[in-house]
Design a protein around this ligand. Structure first.
Ligand code: ZN
Length: 335
């Protein structure tokens, strides 16, 4: 198979802390032999397990980039045994542009896995993770949030897997991450996701939705940083004991968890993230965006539960995800 054109300018197998770049050749009008430079940090101290932590798969999600920047500065080789690979802005062109998708090729990185070594810029990034970085890792964390158009209750998540031993290992890692909420996630659009690629390689994988609305907060960054440190302890890479707070279990058992807009207009939320709602409760109204005096359209939820996600911009479009409700499955313990 074609070699991936990305070159990493830091070593993966040399002890110490190394900051550098994944350099992806990208010839274009303003730079004939130019490159996309994706920041990477590799921290190694002897033999041991490898953790791969990523953010910025979607370029408008800031919780992962901010928290991983902090960890890359703070974590020292003496703190660990094994290796930690940090890529805070996976889809770097999208991150630079403040967009979910890449301005170069329109690529949504988390829908283009496993990628192609001879494909578009975004497909090449996906292929490098699939064939170079993920195979090195024992435990993989990918930090997501709602970006500019959604906001989430902060949760870590795992998927239902065919291999029940792997599923149990992922769940144990999710509990160790110890976000305020811990979710069994139903994906509505899983084709081409990084998650599937990582899980298919048999890795312990945790993903998150840690907020959104196009910014990080002190709370969301704190959750991400503590979660990453807890995962390093859980994996035996750090010796410091994990710190556990309260976490509640959530489940999204079916498509009736989602409410989609069927009108465009002015969005009026009637519930907040974390609110408990009964089946049939009205959670939002959509008003006319171009006249007064018209009745709004009311939106209700199809099941009782907790509001875990909501639409963010003040205007909403026909087909947008308006709200998500999940079932509360009770307290989750860190261990
Ligand atoms: Zn995302």
């Amino acid at each position: 198979m074609t070699r991936n054109p990305i070159a990493c300018d830091v070593p993966f197998d040399t002890d110490g802390k190394h900051h550098g770049f994944l350099r992806l050749p990208y010839s274009r009008d303003d730079s004939a032999w130019g490159s996309v430079m994706i920041p990477i940090t590799v921290i190694r101290n002897g033999d041991g397990p490898t953790a791969l932590f990523t953010g910025g798969s979607h370029g408008d999600e800031y919780e992962g980039p901010v928290a991983i920047q902090n960890l890359a500065r703070e974590l020292e080789p003496d703190d660990i045994r094994g290796r930690v690979i940090l890529v805070p802005m996976m889809n770097f062109p999208a991150f630079q542009a403040g967009r979910r998708t890449s301005p170069i090729d329109g690529g949504n990185l988390n829908r283009l896995f496993p990628g192609r070594p001879d494909g578009s810029v975004t497909q090449k990034i996906a292929d490098y993770f699939t064939r170079v970085l993920v195979p090195m890792a024992d435990i993989v964390l990918d930090i997501h949030s709602g970006g500019k158009t959604l906001d989430f209750l902060p949760f870590a998540a795992v998927h239902v897997l065919e291999d029940k031993d792997q599923e149990a290992a992922c769940e144990a890692a999710m509990r160790a991450f110890n976000a305020p909420y811990s979710m069994k996630l139903l994906e509505i659009d899983s084709a081409g996701m990084y998650d599937d690629t990582v899980e298919a390689q048999g890795k312990v994988f945790v993903t998150t939705e840690l907020g959104g609305a196009g910014t990080a907060t002190p709370a969301s960054v704190g959750i991400a940083l503590r979660g990453m440190r807890n995962l390093l302890s859980h994996a035996g890479i750090c010796r410091t004991p994990p710190e556990f707070g309260q976490s509640r279990g959530l489940d999204m058992p079916g498509p009736d968890c989602f409410v989609f807009a069927r009108h465009s207009g002015l969005f009026e939320p009637l519930v907040a993230l974390g609110d408990r709602v009964e089946k049939g409760a009205t959670v939002a109204r959509v008003w006319s965006a171009d006249r007064t005096g018209a009745d709004p359209v009311s939106y209700t939820v199809g099941r009782e539960g907790i509001i875990v996600s909501r639409h963010v911009p003040g205007l909403i479009q026909n087909g947008d995800c308006l709200a998500v409700v999940a079932v509360d499955t009770g307290p989750v313990t860190g261990r």
